[in-house]
Ligand binder design. Structure first.
Ligand SMILES: Nc1ncnc2c1ncn2[C@@H]1O[C@H](COP(=O)(O)OP(=O)(O)O)[C@@H](O)[C@H]1O
Ligand SMILES: [Mg+2]
Length: 465
């Protein structure tokens, strides 16, 4: 309910409805939030999926409160599940690695590095040629117990830069991202599971920033920009899931936040992913406008829950090959000279493509005895890559093709018909012209003959006289 003042000054409540999956009221604590919102994520994350939990809302609405609660319970839960998963398969096969990022504008810092309070190390977030996100300069720690996990989270969150604002005495003006990597030693082909728990910077209205100095206003701008690119990414991802036949651009390169979370809303993702957005709202009537803004931001995200299937297998695209297909290619292309057991003992096509060039070449040299020199090994690497690039170009072209409206096809057909008609008509026209010409010439000739005859007649008459 939002109060609206009419022209006569009478205030009336207006009602807005939003469809969400779950609503938590004042009676629900963080246990309720965790068990209903985060548990499905943990399940999937431990099995190799990409899971993200985002807390969004205005400053002071309880985002940090929620995230701290979730992280605390997550530690306990992850370890008890991990034990269950490992039962019978020997211990220590599933390992957890935690890293913490703080994002302020386009500056990313490491929250586990120690120094803290703005002194954290700079982190570079980059995308490699395969579209995978790599980070440099971040501390990634292996965690062995729930206590250690909780300690790490507490220490990282305490290192966040905070600032007193109009809304909150210790407002976090940055996004904090807790990234947990789950590597599964039981399934070597499986990619690492990812769990992202994100405490977004508070969305602020113009009214909130009225007492800000210049630096704070600049920060507010950066915050709002990254939140809006996050929204664009999620919205376009949702649209793309709704209309699988159309091409939508997901602008994840617009901010470091979306770049870091790219896996979560990648359209072409062949991995299972799940994203939960917790929209935090304040119950105060003074915050109604911000509450509406928060809900308008968060509600469209629900559409994007649909996930695409795996990349369809394409014999021309090595990124979709299984290990068996890859081995067949290696045998065929090298005419049996390179041992697939050495080059790709268990890798899928995608995994081999991710192997760095030097490592690839080393394996080819090792697996081919003396048959392959470094040059040939490099050419072998390039030929696999060429296949990928050709396949990608072809796929992209095929995707863009339907963009040319069908009506152009109709025009093309019509034009061809017209040309044909013209050709036929031209032939006929020429015939008509020829006939006319022939008729005219005949006429001329007849006239000439007649005149000649007349002249001859006249001559004869003259002679007689
Ligand atoms: N659901 C809740 N129950 C109890 N206290 C809460 C709840 N949500 C927020 N708070 C309190 O409100 C204050 C502001 O919350 P905080 O999480 O820091 O907001 P934000 O991170 O969104 O700026 C904190 O003191 C926090 O403990
Ligand atoms: Mg906060």
């Amino acid at each position: 309910m939002a109060p609206r003042v009419g022209v006569r000054g009478d205030a009336r409540p207006t009602r807005s409805d939003f469809a969400v999956d779950r609503a938590f009221g004042p009676g629900d604590d963080n246990d309720a939030v965790y068990s209903r919102a985060a548990v499905p994520l943990v399940d999937l994350g431990l099995r190799g999926g990409v899971c993200t939990l985002l807390a969004y809302g205005q400053t002071g609405s309880g985002k940090t409160h929620t995230i701290q609660g979730v992280l605390g319970r997550l530690a306990e839960d992850v370890f008890s599940r991990q034990e269950r998963l490992e039962e019978g398969a020997g211990r220590g096969r599933i390992s957890l690695h935690v890293s913490f990022y703080e994002l302020l504008g386009d500056e990313v810092t490491d929250l586990l590095g120690g120094a803290g309070d703005g002194g954290g190390r700079r982190v570079e977030v980059m995308e490699d040629a395969f579209g995978a996100i790599n980070t440099r300069g971040v501390t990634e720690l292996a965690v062995e117990s729930p206590e250690q996990f909780r300690e790490l989270c507490d220490s990282a969150l305490s290192h966040r830069r905070t600032q007193a604002t109009f809304r909150n005495d210790s407002s976090s003006r940055s996004h904090a991202v807790c990234a947990v990597r789950v590597s599964n030693g039981l399934l070597r082909e499986a990619e690492d599971g990812r769990l992202f728990v994100v405490d977004l910077a508070g969305s602020e209205s113009a009214a909130d920033s009225q007492f800000h100095d210049r630096e704070l206003v600049r920060e507010t701008k950066l915050i709002n920009r990254s939140l809006s690119s996050l929204k664009d990414c999620i919205r376009n991802r949702a649209l793309s899931a709704l209309n699988p036949g159309r091409f939508y651009h997901v602008p994840y390169r617009l901010s470091k936040l979306t770049l870091l979370l790219k896996d979560a809303f990648e359209v072409e993702s062949h991995r299972h992913c799940k994203t939960v957005v917790v929209a935090c709202v304040s119950p105060s009537v003074a915050d109604v406008a911000m509450t509406l803004g928060t809900l308008r931001y968060a509600v469209p995200i629900k559409v994007g829950q649909m996930n695409r299937d795996r990349l369809p297998p394409n014999p021309k695209n090595p990124a979709t090959w299984s290990n068996a297909e890859l081995r067949r290619w290696v045998d065929k292309t090298s005419r049996g000279a390179v041992s697939a057991d050495t080059l790709c003992p268990h890798e899928s096509g995608m995994q081999l493509l991710r192997v760095p060039e030097t490592e690839f070449i080393r394996r080819v040299l090792e697996g081919s005895g003396k048959a392959f020199g470094e040059k040939r090994a490099k050419a072998f690497y390039t030929s696999l890559w060429k296949l990928l690039i050709d396949a990608r170009t072809a796929e992209r072209k095929a995707k863009l093709k339907p963009k040319v409206p069908n009506r152009y096809k109709d025009v093309e057909k019509l034009a061809a018909e017209w040309l044909e008609e013209l050709d036929k008509n031209q032939g006929e026209a020429i015939n008509v012209l020829r006939e006319q010409e022939w008729e005219q010439r005949t006429k001329q000739r007849v006239e000439e003959m007649e005149q000649k005859q007349k002249r001859l007649q006249a001559n004869k008459e003259n002679e007689h006289e």
